[in-house]
Design a protein around this ligand. Structure first.
Ligand code: SF4
Ligand code: SF4
Length: 447
């Protein structure tokens, strides 16, 4: 471990300190949200090929029932969040971009949130392969925003032995407190999920990294750990983006993931705390992922909090349930304000990987509606980039449309879109947007 880490608390080089803005929600217990009358379940809620529908128009379904199946090893099934009727399978708007095929469900009026379709399973004798299959059957994807199928992350090539499972309990984005509440309220599920994930990847130890501004969460998790668990909770410094994979590995293990490599290549698998809670809750019941905890916050929200929201709930229904300024222009962000994406339409549904819905009326703290100015070569963006890129040079190349040069000579693909550079830029240059566009154009060119 580096000397600096010992002196200043475990962390990584560079990064930023955005305001936390978590006080409105961090003390409030998680609440349930009612069923929307109409639910929209896109078939491609994850990285990898979209699921294939198993239901037809007018078919009746019960809450928890599989309604779409995985088409291959990179795909995950979808389960019905409600008891009701299939209204149709149509192209619908989604937060991921273009319209996508989705199953539309009409919820039976007055139905309870009791899950009717479960298939309890004895996990004690399951092999690593069987556990990974059970995780796929549960339709679990990374709960931190990436939507990467969890079973794929846990299925590590045999030639890379994994010694450590790292769990991200940092939640370093402003406003978001869902993971904080999960650690406080579902600690037992989190630890149960970690024990199963350790067996799946055959890790000797698990380390949960939690930022030092969450002492209650650290204490709550430790209560559920047994002496022989080989699971530890380690405080890391509160800093953004402390929760990103490579930064957390650096802080906890002082290991570097080389450019273009995966963490498993240095013996580590990283997962989000919410994903572990889902594994711990769903696997013993043989149940699919049909709801998740979401932070709904921001100065535009009348009843901010953390809500258990059924997957497929339209954003408009969610926002009407918590109250939002319908007539004032607001920026609505899915995820946190640093890495999340703005949505223009409220017709899009909540999907499996959405961790937050933040409503920022015009002019609020993290939405200053700034005017873009020319780069003054101050170098602030270079000073904060956690992976050591030169965002100013990358932006200059983006303006000249030299997207290939950005990738080949300036390591564009190492950018994980944390937004630190945009956050500090005094000229308000939307650097991270430029890099997202450049990466997507490069991907198009290669396909
Ligand atoms: S260049 Fe990418 S990784 Fe570096 S600070 Fe900007 S967004 Fe983050
Ligand atoms: S922070 Fe903004 S103004 Fe300063 S060098 Fe980077 S891009 Fe230019």
């Amino acid at each position: 471990m580096g000397l600096l880490s010992y002196l200043t608390g475990l962390t990584f080089p560079r990064g930023v300190h955005p305001p936390g803005l978590k006080d409105d929600t961090r003390e409030l217990p998680i609440r349930r949200m009612a069923f929307a009358p109409r639910m929209v379940l896109p078939l491609d809620q994850h990285f990898g090929p979209a699921a294939r529908a198993l239901v037809a128009k007018n078919q009746e379904v019960v809450r928890g029932e599989p309604i779409a199946e995985a088409v291959d090893d990179d795909s995950v099934p979808i389960h019905s969040p409600v008891t009701g009727t299939v209204e149709g399978i149509e192209l619908m708007p989604t937060a991921r971009g273009p319209k996508a095929e989705a199953i539309i469900l009409r919820a039976a009026p007055g139905d309870s949130q009791h899950v009717r379709w479960v298939k309890p399973q004895d996990l004690a004798k399951c092999s690593a392969r069987e556990l990974i299959e059970a995780i796929q059957q549960a339709g679990i994807v990374g709960q931190g925003g990436a939507a990467f199928p969890t079973h794929r992350k846990l299925r590590v090539p045999d030639k890379y032995p994994v010694d450590t499972l790292v769990i991200n309990g940092c939640e370093c984005e402003p406003y978001l407190t869902a993971d904080h509440r999960i650690m406080l309220e579902y600690g037992q599920d989190v630890i149960a999920g970690i024990r199963l994930a350790m067996r799946a990847v055959r890790a000797e130890q698990a380390i949960i990294g939690v930022e030092d501004d969450k002492p209650e969460a650290i204490a709550a998790l430790r209560e559920h750990i047994k002496a022989d668990d080989a699971i530890s909770v380690v405080e890391v410094r509160s800093k953004y983006p402390q929760g990103s994979e490579k930064m957390l590995i650096k802080a906890l293990l002082d290991r570097e993931v080389p450019s273009g490599c995966f963490p498993y290549q240095i013996g580590v698998v990283v997962n989000n705390i919410g994903t572990m809670a889902q594994i711990g809750q769903l696997l013993p019941r043989g149940q699919g992922l049909i709801e998740r905890v979401i932070t709904v916050a921001g100065p535009g929200v009348e009843k901010p909090g953390n809500y258990i929201v059924p997957i497929g709930t339209p954003l408009r229904y969610l926002l009407e349930s918590v109250g939002y300024p319908k007539d004032d222009p607001s920026r609505i962000i899915l995820g946190g304000p640093m890495m999340g994406s703005t949505v223009a339409a409220l017709d899009v549904p909540v999907t499996k990987s959405i961790s937050g819905v933040i409503v920022l009326p015009e002019g609020s703290e993290l939405d200053p509606a700034p005017r873009i100015q020319p780069c003054i070569r101050c170098g602030d963006c270079v000073d904060v980039c956690p992976v050591g890129l030169n965002p100013a040079d990358l932006a200059r190349l983006a303006a000249a449309r030299q997207y290939e040069v950005m990738e080949e000579e300036y390591n564009l693909n190492d950018c994980f879109e944390c937004g630190c550079c945009s956050f500090v830029c005094p000229s308000n240059i939307p650097l991270v947007q430029y890099f997202r566009i450049a990466k997507s154009l490069n991907r198009e060119r290669m396909s």
